[in-house]
Design a binder for this molecule. Sequence first.
Ligand code: FMN
Length: 212
Amino acid sequence: MANLDFIYKRKSIRKFKNQSIPKEDILTLLDAATHAPSPKNQQNWHFVVLQNRDIIKKLTEIVSESHIAIAEIARSETEKTHYMKLLKYYTLFQHAPVVIIVYANDYDMIEYDILKANGASEQRLAEIMAPQSAAQGIGAAVENFLLAATEMGYGACYMTGPTHAKNRIETLINFNKPGYHLMSLIALGVPEENTPPAPKRKPLEEVVTFID
Ligand SMILES: Cc1cc2nc3c(=O)[nH]c(=O)nc-3n(C[C@H](O)[C@H](O)[C@H](O)COP(=O)(O)O)c2cc1C
């Protein structure tokens, strides 16, 4: 039997000890991330590493402000209350010693170019872009990172919640690589003791179909 403990050990960590992480370990994790598969091996990722407390604090403020602005225009008090409960999940990186901002550039899709040059409809073009290959490559890289972090005794959380403040975060970080835009964040640190277990998964019968 294959030993898949390294898969089952991983869970999202949202509380971290006040302990920094050696740069060498961060680089090991990022190297693991870059060994993920990517569409046509385009390796369309770039990782920006934040450790500066002032920048992480500012990032927290930006995400909180954007979150509150959305809550203010909620369609009811119930919706507003519900949305505000998510704020702690969107700003959990505030106490992490390391925050990684994951950028991607667009997947260079030859089919798209051919179809577009031949006057394909917007609907057809949208259809072939729908699988979002660039985002899938980022997901694979982040999962590699998370698994490696767990294996090395660290804890991490994959985050896209804060991306509602994407434009302001990009301005704050001021990372400029042509064509690259912000996709997600990773909070990384040494996990607090007794963090909650991963939530239960849907049974396989609900999510798997064999077609004979
Ligand atoms: C694309 C993506 C975005 C996520 N964004 C957030 C987030 O913004 N905040 C958060 O607390 N968790 C976030 N998560 C973590 C999920 O809530 C978590 O993976 C899920 O509840 C399953 O729990 P587990 O990771 O412990 O197995 C995200 C996960 C993924 C894959």
